[in-house]
Design a binder for this molecule. Sequence first.
Ligand SMILES: C[S@@+](CC[C@H](N)C(=O)[O-])C[C@H]1O[C@@H](n2cnc3c(N)ncnc32)[C@H](O)[C@@H]1O
Length: 484
Amino acid sequence: MRHLPVFLRVRGRKVLVVGGAPRAAAKLALLGAAGARPVVIAPAVCGEIAAGAADGRIRHERRLFEPSDVADCAVVIAATGLPPVDTAVAEAARRAGVPVNVIDNAELSTFITPAIVDRDPITVAISSGGASPALVRELRSRIDRMLPSRLGHVARFAERFRDTVKSVVGDYTARRRLWDEIIGGPIADAVERGDEPGAAARMLALMNDHVAGPNPPGTVYLVGAGPGDPDLLTLRAIRALQRADVVVHDRLVGSGILEMARRDAERIYVGKEKSGHAMTQAGINALLAARAEAGDTVVRLKGGDPFVFGRGGEELDYLRQRGISVQVVPGISAAAGCAAAAGIPLTHRDLASSVTFVSGHAKDGAPRLDWPALAQGRQTIVVYMGVTTAPLIARRLIAHGLAPGTPVAVVENGTLPDQRVLTGNLRDLATLISANRVTAPALIIIGEVVALSNAVSNAAAPSLAQADAAQSVARAAAAMSVAV
Ligand SMILES: C[S@@+](CC[C@H](N)C(=O)[O-])C[C@H]1O[C@@H](n2cnc3c(N)ncnc32)[C@H](O)[C@@H]1O
């Protein structure tokens, strides 16, 4: 870090600005917003400063700077743009022990003013320490777009109730959870919508609940973590993670995503390997219920979307039956994430009027799928968990009439830095997978839309020997398979 971020209290204090150009006016606006008493020393000033002086917001002294001017100031800003004058101002301030900022001169400055996003009283300050003002501008605009315009109202609403909450909820951890619930839930939503009376009524009810029972049960958030790239998390998922006391996650959730959770949140890995789960589904259900019943805010973090081949429905059902509050936060499913990353539209007006997500997972040999329906043309099939059963899936689709030349794509580790996109056709799907040693997680996309892929295949080209070997494996598997 190049500078220590601090927020300085200047309300009612004298601050000195030396120089009268428009850039001095910009700093004066900031100082005025923070409640300071600005004094400008300059032989001449721009219209904006003159207007401020005329209406009494600024005291203007029409003269040259003298070192004694820095006495009793909270901060000094040198804004003349004249190196000898700015240097003299900086030296006088340093000697007097007053923080000084020389505009556009980091060397002479003892502090810098960051870019800000202002939702008074919430202020977000951004600095690159002078490394890239353009990046700072971009970040400021991103953060500005992200933050609700009435965020300041939420902060003031919380301030109104601070003492009450403190007197009702004595325990620090319980109070923190309660505030998380207030800020992350319907009460803050109501304030953001402008319904402060509604928010206050809910707040009162919440306080009463706390008086009635000291240990209210927590909530379980079933959160979709998306296909892997942390940038594909939703804002709501990030909010839930930052509120979590405990994060229960499975294999497909990477460290980049887990880092988004509150720093002191407990992280529990419950696995979900293809073979040998770290914890059974019954064990996971019981864990979620027990932690919520103990009052914890629980985030059950699942790859993709919790309701697409994620057993989210079972967990929801189990928790609801026990009267536990559950909120579902959708995620970008692997189909959407991988298709986007590979440049494959899942539907297309001329090529596919429907898309079907199927599971290739098979308990006893073959996945139970509606093969005649899947073999109809003009549709896209997305196969989850299909790496092992891909040869069988390809054979059955062909046997039910789907053209062997139908384009296919295999997306391995979609959206992640080591993503691979392999393309080929249905007839050669088994070879494509085995020759390139595809491993899970991988998604198979079947349909004419794959031909539109803009992905450059980064697969190792299968050698003839590999291809032959794979085909003989596929033939052997075909011979063993039950009749299609
Ligand atoms: C148990 S399912 C979970 C699906 C998840 N709920 C979703 O909506 O994407 C796991 C399968 O999703 C697919 N998958 C998940 N993430 C993937 C990724 N980053 N790249 C390719 N396939 C992925 C693979 O087929 C994997 O075997």
